[in-house]
Design a protein. Structure first.
Length: 379
């Protein structure tokens, strides 16, 4: 397995930043091969059920609610944006709204327009649902973001303040950040202006949400690689004031000083994670559960898509986890939906979660090209 680690590192070095998308597609298809998961393989708490919601959404990543019956879906290596249309809850059609984009993984819907983050650009598709078979040409809202493809894919959402929140990952595993926007979460006023940094020291956040009652920002962050199988943990973080620094590249997880970048800094000066997650689980898409279908314990708490490790000796992640939030604190962390990983073989990789108007939870899977629907009917 150590040889595999070295080979993967060499592949990344040789392919370079320009080829990350192609390498990523090959990795999804080849490192942990398997057929798509049978729904009976997926374990859930008692009373919950899972079914395929849409089965032809290649490389499905972030999801966004559109008009009634429409879910928009981004992709990464595929370069496409989809609309999944639920006409009668039995037959769902998938429209390709755009193709050939630069890793358009992040998207958000507001006032009839779909906003898509494609690495350095934010695009707007106006009046997008008027004719999904003949979508409009996109408009460029902003090109103010870096063009690095390494950690350049994004997760975006509108905040309670009406601004579009956009993370910018570090263009490396760990390094001195080359500019003020790297390793941050920003917000963008769509009426004009430059991105404003609201959080620093964030290595690679590909999931966040705002607490439904306090409206404070919570976000996942992926820990650095090559410190061993069990270090550092991934993180769930909680932003309580603009400008907080969460440690990267100097410190990771629960006060782990970086051996390459720390330069004598005390980890105590940075904001600690709200909850330590599994090391290398690749915690990405996350949402607060705001529905009423699920039992009370899940409400106003967090579901996280754990995409799964890529270089750990024993793979971990490949599941949906649940973090209980009580009184502004993350009080527990447990598996919720698991079974996409069997030994060292993965049949799927959860990428995002989305709460539907009826309270069901959607899960996107960028390996199997599926979207699943989780419901609760009781025991």
């Amino acid at each position: 397995m150590r040889r595999l680690h070295v080979v993967i590192a060499l592949v990344v070095a040789v392919v370079g930043v320009a080829g990350v998308g192609c390498w990523y597609r090959g990795y999804l298809a080849g490192v942990l091969p398997s057929a798509a998961a049978e729904m009976g393989d997926i374990t859930l708490p008692p009373g919950f059920h899972i079914a395929v919601y849409a089965g032809d959404v290649p490389n499905a990543r972030q999801m966004a609610l559109g008009p009634p019956g429409v879910v928009f879906v981004g992709s990464l290596a595929e370069g496409k944006v989809y609309a999944v249309v639920d006409d009668d809850r039995h037959q769902r059609r998938v429209h390709v709204l755009a193709s050939g984009l630069n890793m358009p993984s992040g998207l958000a819907f507001r006032d009839g327009a779909l906003y898509v983050a494609a690495v350095n650009r934010i695009l707007r598709f106006p009046d997008v649902a008027r004719d999904l078979a003949h979508p409009p040409k996109p408009e460029v809202v902003s090109n103010a973001y870096p063009g690095d493809r390494h950690h350049g894919w994004k997760f975006v959402a509108f905040g309670p303040d009406g601004h579009l929140y956009v993370p910018v990952g570090a263009p490396c595993n760990v390094c001195e950040l080359p500019g003020p926007l790297y390793g941050t979460i920003t917000r963008l006023d769509l009426r004009g202006g430059r991105p404003e940094v609201v959080a620093r020291g964030v290595r690679n956040s590909v999931g966040f949400d705002f607490h439904p009652r306090t409206h404070e920002l919570w976000f996942t962050d992926n820990g650095r690689d090559w410190l061993g199988d069990d270090r550092p943990p991934d993180e769930l973080n909680h932003l309580t004031k603009v400008g907080e620094h969460f440690g990267f590249p100097f410190c990771h997880g629960d006060g782990i000083a970086d051996p390459e970048q720390n330069a004598g800094k005390s980890c105590a000066q940075f904001t600690a994670p709200a909850r330590l997650l599994g090391p290398h689980v690749a915690a990405i898409g996350m949402r607060f559960y705001t529905g009423t279908m699920f039992p009370e314990k899940y409400r106003d708490s967090v579901f996280i898509a754990e995409h799964g490790s890529w270089n750990r000796s024993t793979p971990v992640g490949y599941r949906v986890s649940f973090v209980r939030i009580e009184g502004g604190r993350a009080t527990s962390y447990e598996p919720f939906a698991a079974g996409w990983l069997k030994g060292t073989t993965a049949s799927g990789r959860p990428a995002d979660v989305l709460v539907m108007p009826d309270g069901a939870l959607l899960v996107s899977d960028d390996k199997a090209g599926r979207i699943y629907r989780i419901t609760y009917t009781g025991s």
